[in-house]
Design a protein around this ligand. Structure first.
Ligand SMILES: [Zn+2]
Ligand SMILES: [Zn+2]
Length: 344
């Protein structure tokens, strides 16, 4: 079959590779339809993400973890809600099943979890074979939209971590793909959302998701402006969807006393915070990682209800044969490329 193979850092090439293997009991053979590209794909390609040896060698690897696919072959033991010919979104991870996080149902932070496209081969290929418990039917959603279930699921999990509730004021710092997904997921919970960013085109898309927007490049004091939007005391929940120290500091300053700050942005930076911020305001500062299976199921429903909005977040589509060009274009145009989709 054809696949985009990441052979070493910064080298992704189309190649003929062995066909996906026949499914073992508990598995299914899938035909890839659409794969969304995201920041973690870029970081894997450049070699910034380094996997542990538990999962075998890092390269070569077939990337791609935001996936819509058709079930091509099921075993007789498959659960009854799955059928051959069905379109599914793929929950991309598996926990080790043995650690503390796995034992309390939080395989999404298992230190040895395995993500498709990072630790094991992913979906930038014509076919792949996966366990059936990673497959979530999405009805007749368009494939490129169904591939958005995975990023929305990260937002659903983050919104769960932040306990976002009906009628709350929520500020999302950063209007990239995850910021937009957070806006959609928080609004689904009945919250009112303010999206903050420096890039006008991203704020314009934010308006389409139903958020209020604040152009941080046009104001002296982002914290004061966002607090005024919240009604004076500060929003109940602030999401950092950037991963930059000053933005995390803004989130902690901005949130109301007794509020919640959720860190979604990924980075190796260190951040300096006043210890008194935590004691004086009794805020909850929460981390969030990729989604759990429960969030994935809800995400599939949210994507179904918001398909029109989500279609506007897709910047460009490329065929599988041009997957290397697709990721190169996305990495070269970080502001313009909100979501680039590869279609098999
Ligand atoms: Zn992703
Ligand atoms: Zn585990």
């Amino acid at each position: 079959m054809r696949a985009a193979v990441t052979k070493e850092p910064n080298v992704m090439e189309m190649a003929d590779v062995p066909d996906a293997r026949e499914p073992d009991p508990g598995e299914a053979l899938l035909r890839t339809e659409a794969v969304g590209l995201c920041g973690s794909d870029y970081h894997f390609l450049t070699g910034e993400i380094v996997t542990t040896t538990v999962h075998g060698p890092q390269f070569p690897k077939i990337q791609g973890h935001e996936v819509s696919a058709i079930i091509e072959k099921l075993r007789p033991d498959a659960p009854s809600h799955l059928q051959e010919g069905q379109r599914v979104a793929i929950w991309p991870l598996r926990g080790c099943g043995e650690c503390y996080a796995c034992s309390i149902g939080r395989a999404n932070v298992c230190p040895n979890f395995s993500l498709i496209g990072i630790h094991v081969d992913g979906a930038l290929a014509q076919h792949l074979t996966l366990p059936v418990d990673q497959l979530f039917p999405v009805g007749d959603l368009e494939p490129a939209i169904a591939a958005f279930v995975e990023p929305i699921s990260i937002a659903v999990h983050a919104v769960n971590r932040g306990r976002v509730a009906e009628g709350e004021r929520v500020v999302v710092l950063g209007a990239g793909p995850i910021g937009q997904a957070l806006s959609i997921a928080a609004r689904e919970r009945g919250a009112k959302v303010l999206l903050v960013d420096l890039v006008a085109s991203r704020l314009e898309l934010g308006r389409l998701t139903g958020a209020d927007v604040l152009d941080a490049s046009g104001v002296d004091d982002v914290v004061a402006e966002a607090r005024a939007w919240s009604g004076g005391e500060g929003p109940q929940v602030v999401f950092d969807a950037v991963g930059v120290p000053t933005v995390v500091q803004q989130a902690v300053d901005l949130v109301v006393s007794a509020g919640r700050v959720v860190i979604v942005g990924i980075s190796e930076h260190r951040v300096e915070l006043s210890i008194n911020t935590f004691t004086a305001k009794e805020i909850d500062v929460l981390g969030t990682s990729v989604c759990d299976a429960g969030a994935f199921e809800e995400a599939a429903a949210i994507v179904g209800r918001n398909a029109d909005t989500i279609s506007k977040l897709i910047t460009r589509r490329f065929p599988l044969e041009q997957a290397p060009q697709a990721i190169a274009w996305a990495m070269a145009n970080p502001q313009e490329a909100l979501k680039v989709v590869v279609e098999a």
